[in-house]
Design a protein around this ligand. Structure first.
Ligand code: E4P
Length: 216
């Protein structure tokens, strides 16, 4: 499983990138709105030049024609832009048009397996099932990853599954086990994955021992 970061914040992206494991970035309108006073296009330019992998940028239009127009503009910003499209009938039409033009797509707001299958068949590069938001309403988000993963394997579908709406480390481990190709993770959760209290304790003990050594 590869790691994307789920943010539009440049400092967070820079820090995650410096870890050497970042394969891409996902943004959404809510994440972009948190970045006050920043032009969406300028920010996308900065992100795409920093991270060579896929950078998802979401369309705002709700009709297929509007999505296609916006998506083409976004795709023109950099070759590594992936156009993020909501899972609706119009979204599927737009995804199909983009796939014929060689523009990569990420179908977002996926909450069941049929939506994922439809998106894949329309030509989506990625589908994004939202784990945390399903958990929030008492449905098992991780089970959805398993189901989509199984269906895609049975039918030889190459669309990649991005485990999205990740809230905690267990989501990450389980998403990997259940066949997600990618997890897109908020900065705080990503950095939290590096930590274990025994690692900190071990470092402290090694340093204490080192500092108390006597040399011959
Ligand atoms: C994915 O691409 C979305 O940006 C994101 O994971 C949504 O997560 P949330 O449910 O925490 O807003």
């Amino acid at each position: 499983m590869k790691f994307f970061i789920d943010t539009a914040n440049l400092d967070e992206i820079r820090e995650a990138h410096d870890l050497g494991l970042l394969a891409g970035v996902t943004t959404n309108p809510s994440l972009v709105a948190k970045e006050k006073g920043v032009s969406f296009h300028d920010r996308l330019k900065e992100i795409t030049s920093l991270v060579p992998g896929s950078v998802s940028a979401e369309v705002i239009a709700l009709d297929a024609e509007g999505m296609i127009k916006e998506g083409r503009e976004l795709a023109a910003i950099a070759p590594n832009i992936t156009v993020k499209v909501p899972m609706t009938p119009d979204g599927l039409k737009a995804v199909h048009a983009f796939s014929k033009e060689g523009i990569k797509t990420n179908v977002t707001l996926i909450f069941n397996a049929n939506q994922a299958l439809l998106a894949a068949r329309a030509g989506a590069t990625y589908v994004s099932p939202f784990l945390g938001r399903l958990d929030d309403i008492g449905q098992n988000g991780l089970d959805l990853i398993s189901t989509i993963s199984e269906i895609f394997a049975i039918h030889g579908i190459e669309t990649e599954i991005i485990a999205a709406s990740i809230r905690h480390p267990l989501h990450v481990t389980e998403a990997a086990l259940r066949g997600a190709h990618i997890a897109t993770i908020p900065y705080k959760v990503l950095m939290g994955l590096t930590k274990h209290p025994l690692t900190d304790k071990g470092i402290e003990a090694f340093l204490n021992d080192w500092n108390s050594r006597t040399e011959a």
